[in-house]
Design a protein around this ligand. Structure first.
Ligand code: AQP
Length: 333
């Protein structure tokens, strides 16, 4: 598959309402890439069912995530916005890639280990082979780069290894080997209650700020964010993880360089830091929430955008899938 512009792919799971880490680490970059690249932004509902989802909530969250994509500035005329399960090539290529991905590689994935521990009653095969489906998402479109947060780096590395492995067997031009696009600041926003752990949208509500939280809730959650007893505002992720996390949130959302930001707290305490973090979050989310509400009021228009996106994605995905099937030796229909 050749496209004139470089291809960018990224996806987010509708496994809940997005938390500010999803925004700071990934989503905020999506619209910035769409003028110079062919971007595909996917709602990865097939990944979401690797942990149990309530069907009605999953349907709602998928639409709501599509609305958030658009509210954050993704333009469906420029980018392809679609739902993963609407393009069956994702599942088909994932099966083929599964046959080129080793058990040992999948066993080493941190996300698998974390999620197996969190969902000990449901360690299903899909959770284990999640990275092969993610590799399929990316390789289907011959993506050059994948904007993600730090936690997805390991999965992209595996995607690269599988792409290189298959290229060595079937020809160098089978897959473009993708690069992760990870920014330095904000690529790992931490939990508000346990700041040595990553913030996650499927964790307990008080541990994260949701992108749809009302201003009062944002203030309350940030006021209760765990800090420490040292009483000084410095950026030291090792010894002051809670304080450093709040600084990261502010610096990412206001674009203030970290040094200048830290210096501005010389005579101030944690109360001011938490209030400023809340203000930065509320200022950022205000316009996004208003646009999200408007879009959710017209689900017919939203569904039409997703249908158009799936049609365009299907065309691109099937080009790669057909070529892969041919090269591995499947007979033509
Ligand atoms: N805490 C985070 N800081 C920075 N970036 C983050 N991302 C996730 N958490 C943080 C990035 O957001 C994108 C979408 O993530 P995802 O929904 O596909 O899966 P995830 O990484 O597993 O995110 P969550 O919020 O932790 O979801 P659940 O709880 O469902 O597992 C990715 O680019 C991710 O790196």
């Amino acid at each position: 598959m050749k496209t004139e512009r470089p291809v960018i792919f990224s996806g987010i799971q509708p496994s809940g309402i997005l938390q500010i880490g999803n925004y700071i680490g990934a989503l905020r970059y999506f619209p910035l890439l769409q003028d110079d690249n062919q971007c595909l932004y996917c709602i990865v509902d097939m990944h979401a069912i690797t942990v149990r989802q309530d069907p009605a909530k999953l349907r709602h969250n998928s639409r709501s995530l599509a609305a958030l994509y658009l509210a954050c500035g993704i333009d469906p005329k420029k980018s392809i916005v679609y739902i993963q399960s609407h393009v069956s090539a994702h599942a088909e290529l994932a099966w083929i890639l599964n046959c080129f991905t080793y058990f040992g590689e999948l066993s080493r994935m941190t996300q698998f280990k974390d999620k197996s521990a969190k969902h000990a009653d449901n360690i299903n095969a899909g959770l284990f082979t999640y990275p092969a489906l993610m590799a399929s998402d990316i390789l289907l479109y011959q993506a050059k780069a994948v904007p993600v947060g730090d936690d997805q780096k390991q999965h992209i590395e595996l995607t690269r290894d599988v792409a290189i492995r298959m290229n060595n067997i079937y020809g160098d031009d089978l897959f473009i080997v993708p690069e992760p696009l990870i920014h330095k600041t904000g690529s790992k926003v931490m939990s508000l209650q346990e700041p040595t752990r990553k913030m996650s949208k499927s964790d307990a509500d008080e541990t994260f700020v949701s992108m749809l939280d009302a201003p009062e809730i944002v203030k309350k959650k940030l006021k209760r964010a765990v800090t420490d007893s040292l009483g000084r505002v410095t950026y030291d992720a090792q010894n002051q993880p809670g304080v450093s996390n709040l600084l990261t949130i502010i610096s990412s959302l206001t674009n203030k360089p970290m040094d200048a930001l830290v210096a501005s707290y010389e005579d101030k305490g944690y109360g001011a830091l938490k209030a400023d973090a809340a203000e930065a979050v509320i200022e950022t989310l205000g316009p996004i929430q208003a646009e999200h509400a408007r879009l959710m009021n017209d689900t017919a228009a939203l569904d039409a955008i997703l249908k158009g996106g799936a049609e365009r994605a299907n065309v691109l995905a099937n080009r790669t899938l057909d070529e892969v099937k041919r090269r591995v030796g499947f007979t033509a229909r």
